[in-house]
Ligand binder design. Structure first.
Ligand code: HEC
Ligand code: HEC
Length: 417
């Protein structure tokens, strides 16, 4: 059999490809097919409300409510705005004060195991509790947040329909639990912020069916860029899997915005904060404190090598969320690719003075091809009513609490608190 099949394959490969076509070798094909499509968005076992629609609707209202900040002018959506790909298009974040890091897009964050640039949180719900309390972001105490929710009828009724009675402000333990539940509602909402299929995914579908020719929306430059991504440029070493992120932490040496030696400790600080967080997956507020996520968290201990490392961003929304990197140091995708190609200005030595990256030696055309590829991996962005600002109160009937199952339809069998 072999002797007969091989010459036939050789014959096919030898045939002149159609005009504009790019040959995709078997090894590249195999690497590319691992990059899509996106799997269904996972449930978070540490949040029993993660699949609950009523909780997500409450979370959406909390997300857009600027009254939940010290000066009444900052909501989560101030920095994570739907029209900016759930980021803010600024270099450094600005809430009630000035931040020191660039705002991340929330698109597909529900797929990440570690949240934020330094991975200080191991769930969406525990992450959501930080900006409320951060004095540069929203600047309230848990008690103030719970109190303001209690004073806002639309929020209070929704809260009580999902979670039961809101505690009195002087009930310290009750307030802490209620604050956590607000985080869990936001986590349920953020699970809706996912991107749809992209031109890249549709091209992968065609390739699966045996046709890797460029298409109108995925041109020859994008095909060449895809081949560089998994080949000569080896971006896939870190930007792997359907998210185009390994979810792990690396120091790639982007110089810090203010110049000079880097001072942001990155993942090292993230691990310390994670271990000290009473709301981590192994903590008392987790709905799965002995599960797999908790085990990974407990096993994640401070390590000097983590100094200055940041989480590999997903590239699934990169084309709509400039600027780039943890301090927004680079303005365009072309600048990012040029940085990787030349490592100009890089402080690219990690803690042990090892170079993580080497200059790539790409031609001007190859840089442009990689950029063309990055532009078409972005799926349709979620801009619909599901994730945009909620409709005004009067048009919307509230569900009766008896109709709400604690974990939504997707997690039957897990009971409420
Ligand atoms: C002042 C601007 C600002 C506000 C307000 C803000 N964020 Fe953020 N958000 C950021 C920044 C900056 C980061 C990156 C943080 C870091 O790495 O230190 C971030 C990161 C995140 C992440 C991690 C995304 C990922 O891919 O890991 C999530 C989730 C998130 N924010 C949700 C929220 C929620 C929910 C709220 C409201 C309760 C909120 N943010 C309010 C600026 C803001
Ligand atoms: C060693 C792992 C690694 C490799 C290899 C790598 N990246 Fe990255 N990438 C990262 C990390 C980590 C960051 C965030 C760094 C930071 O903020 O300091 C990043 C950031 C980015 C960003 C910015 C995204 C955003 O939202 O801010 C883009 C775009 C990007 N990389 C594209 C590429 C391309 C294209 C290649 C191949 C030429 C590549 N990367 C190779 C790890 C890697």
């Amino acid at each position: 059999m072999r002797a007969i099949v091989l010459p036939m394959v050789a014959l096919l490969v030898g045939m002149a490809p159609p005009v504009g076509a790019v040959q995709v070798e078997a090894s590249a094909r195999e690497k590319l097919l691992r990059l899509g499509p996106m799997p269904p968005v996972p449930l978070d076992p540490t949040n029993r409300w993660s699949g609950n629609d009523a909780a997500a609707d409450l979370g959406q209202r909390l997300f857009y409510d600027a009254n939940l900040s010290r000066n009444g002018s900052v909501s989560c959506a101030t920095c994570h705005a739907v029209q900016s790909g759930f980021a803010d298009s600024r270099r450094l974040a600005r809430g009630i004060g000035d931040g020191t890091r660039h705002t991340q897009s929330l698109i597909n964050a529900a797929y990440q195991r570690w949240l934020t640039w330094d991975g200080r949180s191991d769930s969406l719900w525990s992450q959501a509790l930080h900006p409320f309390q951060n004095d540069k972001e929203m600047g309230l105490t848990p008690r103030e947040v719970v109190q303001r929710v209690g004073e806002t009828p639309a929020l209070r009724r929704r809260y009580e329909a999902v979670f039961g009675r809101l505690p009195a402000p002087d009930d310290a333990a009750g307030v802490q639990t209620a604050f956590v539940k607000l985080g869990k509602a936001i986590g349920a909402f953020e699970r809706r912020i996912v991107s749809g299929p992209s031109p890249f995914d549709r091209w992968l579908d065609r390739m699966r069916a045996g046709d890797s020719a460029p298409t109108k929306e995925f041109g020859a430059d994008a095909v060449r860029g895809a081949l560089l991504f998994v080949g000569k440029a080896d971006c896939v070493r870190c930007h792997s899997g359907p998210l185009l992120s390994d979810g792990e932490f690396h120091m790639i040496g982007v110089p810090e915005g203010r110049g000079g030696a880097p001072v942001d400790r990155g993942r090292l600080e993230g691990i310390e904060l994670l271990q000290g967080d009473p709301c981590n997956a192994a903590g008392a507020f987790s709905d799965d404190p002995t599960g797999p996520r908790a085990k990974v968290t407990l096993a994640t201990v401070p390590d000097p090598e983590a100094w200055g490392r940041f989480r590999t961003p997903s590239l699934r929304a990169a084309s709509v969320t400039p600027p780039y990197m943890h301090q927004g140091q680079l303005d365009t995708l072309a600048e990012v690719v040029h940085f990787y190609n030349t490592l100009e200005g890089a402080s690219s030595l990690d803690h042990h003075s090892e170079r993580v990256l080497e200059p790539l030696g790409l031609s001007v055309q190859e840089e442009a091809d990689l950029v063309a590829f990055l532009r078409v991996v972005t799926g349709s962005t979620p801009g619909d009513v599901d994730v945009a600002r909620p409709r005004p109160e009067s048009t919307e009937p509230l569900p009766k609490s008896s109709e709400i199952s604690p974990a939504g339809t997707s997690q039957p069998g897990i009971s409420g608190p």
